[in-house]
Design a protein around this ligand. Structure first.
Ligand SMILES: C[S@@+](CC[C@H](N)C(=O)[O-])C[C@H]1O[C@@H](n2cnc3c(N)ncnc32)[C@H](O)[C@@H]1O
Length: 326
């Protein structure tokens, strides 16, 4: 579904927060910030992906989804008071109106003040350890998890960027990554890193690849994603094997035997040549973030660069492809 919703990120009043945004500073800020604004709306279950993606981007944080007894899904996002004013409210109302025009009928917007404790509690109640593939388990920093014999655990702070492990596009990438890394040992790249994670978000794919034995370069254009990924790398004590930076893909010269890119269909199309160009001979590219309707065009685009389909993963309408440079 093509929802023509254009998103601008946080507006006036956020610079102070953004300037101070680094993991340590954000924790200090949270300690002094006593209230949050909780924004929530109820949507039909079939719309939860779209609505949660929208709110994740709009708030710059992960969102909470809760099934409602009547069969809908309650989507909740949190804003600091200075981040949410009339502009943000009108954008949300506009968004809900547009959904209505697609016949999706969300059931209204509610905004309420939430105390710091409510916010923390909501996160803690919602984010529990989650097994996402046959081996990988994601846990938030406040939950313990004792891994089984073949399980690999990654710690992700869910509030910081896209990539909590709950979205199908991430899960598909993780499944493909786990299988690709189980099938063959990764050779060295043309530089120090074996895996490139393009659009790392919270760093989830990079962390999984590192836990499975790879040395990873993770890049993102969003400075807050870079800060979040750095913090998660630290939480997992993987600083020696993951390097996070904001270098644009176009500027990289190294080639990698494995590239992970969970972006949008548009971005993948746009960066197809750059992605293919960063692959070593015999290298594998895992792309995710698009719907089945986008698949033929993307396959054609990569085929024109000599990449062949080597695997396909699906969940609902989402598809991830494993492509190999022969
Ligand atoms: C859908 S999220 C994926 C996050 C995480 N890798 C996952 O799989 O859950 C896409 C991320 O790509 C980043 N991004 C978008 N365009 C990019 C580009 N051209 N280069 C690097 N990162 C990009 C966004 O800032 C965002 O953090």
């Amino acid at each position: 579904m093509d929802l023509p919703v254009k998103q601008k990120k946080r507006r006036a009043g956020t610079e102070r927060v953004r300037l101070l945004f680094c993991p340590a500073a954000s924790i200090i800020l949270l300690m002094f910030q006593k209230t949050w604004l909780e924004v929530r709306f109820l949507v039909p279950a079939g719309m939860q992906e779209e609505a949660s993606l929208f709110l994740t981007e709009f708030s710059g944080r992960g969102v909470i989804l809760e099934e409602d007894q009547a069969g809908g899904v309650l989507v909740r996002a949190y804003f600091r008071p200075e981040e949410f004013g009339p502009w943000q409210q009108s954008q949300l109302q506009e968004y809900l109106k547009r959904l209505g025009s697609y016949g999706l009928f969300p059931l209204g917007l509610e905004i309420r003040q939430a105390a710091e404790e409510d916010w923390a509690e909501a996160w803690k109640r919602h984010f529990k350890p989650l097994k996402v593939t046959s081996r990988l388990v994601i846990r938030p920093p406040w939950e313990d998890y004792r891994p089984g014999p073949h399980e690999v655990v990654i710690v992700i702070h869910p509030g910081m960027a896209f990539g909590t492990g709950r979205h199908p596009t991430t899960v598909l990438c993780l499944k493909a990554l786990e299988e690709v890394m189980a099938q063959e040992a990764l050779p060295a790249g043309s530089g120090p890193w074996q895996v490139l994670d393009v659009g790392t978000g919270t760093g989830i794919l990079a962390l999984a690849a590192a836990r499975l034995g790879a040395k990873v370069l993770a890049i993102d254009v969003d400075p807050e994603a870079v800060a979040a990924a750095l913090e998660n790398v630290r939480l997992n004590a993987l600083e020696d094997v993951i390097w996070v930076e904001d270098t644009p893909l176009m500027k990289l010269r190294q080639q990698f035997p494995l590239i992970l890119a969970n972006l949008t269909a548009l971005d993948i199309k746009q960066y197809a040549e750059a992605l293919a160009g960063r692959l070593t001979l015999g290298g594998v590219l895992i792309v995710s973030g698009f719907l089945s309707e986008d698949e033929p065009a993307l396959l054609d685009r990569f085929a024109s660069m000599g990449l062949k389909e080597a695997g396909r993963y699906t969940q609902e309408d989402w598809v991830a492809l494993v492509l190999r440079r022969p």
